[in-house]
Unconditional design. Structure first.
Length: 186
């Protein structure tokens, strides 16, 4: 009798834990390397009346990058709801931005969002450039989201990360990012 109760209990525990196990196995593996998106199109800037926020973006140029770059460096980032912030050209070639081993800081205004979960950089030019990382400080949070690159940006394409939740994921992008462990927060 005790043996049949313990088998029955084990069977129930197995059946109760099966959905959680299957969900874990089906979870999408996260690759921390940046990806090329040749078909990425920056959405049209919304001219709606609403809240505007100021973001601080810090970009560290790798020590393996060239001494400087004259390339045109663009940035786009946003949240799962397509509140998108776009900077068509971050650098002024005469400013000395993006020199080897340097960290450059930019203030970028755009729509207020609900937690940055994607970021792409684009380089157009002949010099080449290797970013080490990009940190985004959201207006509502003093911590930074850090996206790690560490490899040269290809020319003429958007290159970066999208950690936004998919339709089958949680509706809270902040929880989704933290549960996947990317991007890192300070």
């Amino acid at each position: 009798m005790a043996k049949s109760v313990s088998i029955s209990l084990l069977l129930r525990l197995f059946l109760l834990s099966l959905p959680a196990f299957l969900a874990f196995c089906a979870a999408e593996a996260l690759d921390p390397r940046p990806r090329e998106l040749p078909s990425f199109m920056v959405q049209e800037i919304k001219k709606e009346v609403g809240w505007s926020c100021s973001y601080t973006v810090k970009i560290k140029t790798s020590c393996s990058s060239g001494r400087y770059t004259r390339d045109w460096i663009s940035l786009v980032f946003g949240d799962a709801y397509r509140n998108e912030i776009y900077a068509p050209r971050l650098d002024d070639p005469s400013s000395g931005a993006f020199e080897r081993c340097s960290t450059d800081t930019f203030k970028i205004d755009g729509p207020c969002g609900y937690g940055v979960c994607y970021l792409y950089l684009r380089r157009d030019g002949w010099d080449g450039w290797t970013p080490e990382w990009v940190k985004i400080y959201e207006p509502s949070d003093r911590r930074a989201l850090t996206f790690y690159y560490g490899s040269p940006l290809p020319n003429g394409i958007w290159y970066g990360f999208n950690y936004c939740p998919t339709a089958s994921s949680s509706s809270d992008p902040t929880k989704q990012i933290q549960s996947k462990g990317m991007p890192e927060t300070e």
